[in-house]
Write a protein that binds this ligand. Sequence first.
Ligand code: FES
Length: 120
Amino acid sequence: MAEIFVVKASDFGEGDRRIVRAGQNEIGVFHHEGAYYAYANQCVHSGGPACEGVMIHKVLDVIGEDRTYQGQVFSDEMHFVCPWHGYEYELKTGICAGNRKLKLKKYDVVRRGDDIFVIA
Ligand code: FES
């Protein structure tokens, strides 16, 4: 295991992300709600750069008491979407929203002073 420098925390604001190289692989590092998350930048579908996709809140269907469809709303849960074919991942877990058996490889992130590292 190696610690790979990502960025200075002071340069990594809320909602930011960085892509770092770890040997032959890339890792996407996210700063979300005061915490850091890191995943392999390799989509489980066909290897696309999943961590570089758009970030969007999870969309929920609203079903009425009479079981009729009432529309959709955004939840508080943040997702990111692979730019190649749209596989969607939970930011806090790396689990694929469309198939919860699939997930991105997760990495630990550590902060030492103002430096942020990913463990790979
Ligand atoms: S490679 Fe990511 S959705 Fe296809």
